[in-house]
Design a protein around this ligand. Structure first.
Ligand code: FES
Length: 108
């Protein structure tokens, strides 16, 4: 149970009752179809911003072969996770925060 609950001294984005994400790495598709749908470097920047302080690595990948459903992102849970999970239609800070298991940023 201690491994699944975030406490106050954990990374600043986590709330006290929010389950800690098991995700250790996210890979953003940087190929052209996902880029056209709002993915690529722009999406990667948002992931980097929201993952700051969590220890989650943010990387790139060149096409998951799920192009019509992009922007696509793959989440990986630890070094033994060879396949991960591809998430389709990833857009917006609120959704990205949910994926990372962090508090969504306040909108201005
Ligand atoms: S272009 Fe992103 S999955 Fe193919």
């Amino acid at each position: 149970m201690l491994n699944t609950i975030a406490f106050l001294h954990c990374p600043r984005h986590l709330t006290i009752d929010q389950p800690r994400s098991k995700i250790t790495k996210v890979e953003i598709c940087i190929h052209r179809d996902c880029k056209r749908r709002g993915g690529g470097q722009k999406l990667k920047s948002v992931f980097e911003e929201l993952a700051d302080g969590t220890g989650i690595e943010v990387g790139e990948y060149d096409c998951f072969d799920e192009c019509p459903f992009g922007p696509n992102v793959r989440t990986l849970e630890g070094p033994d996770d060879q396949f991960g999970r591809v998430l389709n239609g990833v857009k917006g800070k609120a959704q990205i925060a949910k994926i990372l298991g962090v508090e969504p940023p306040e909108e201005p």
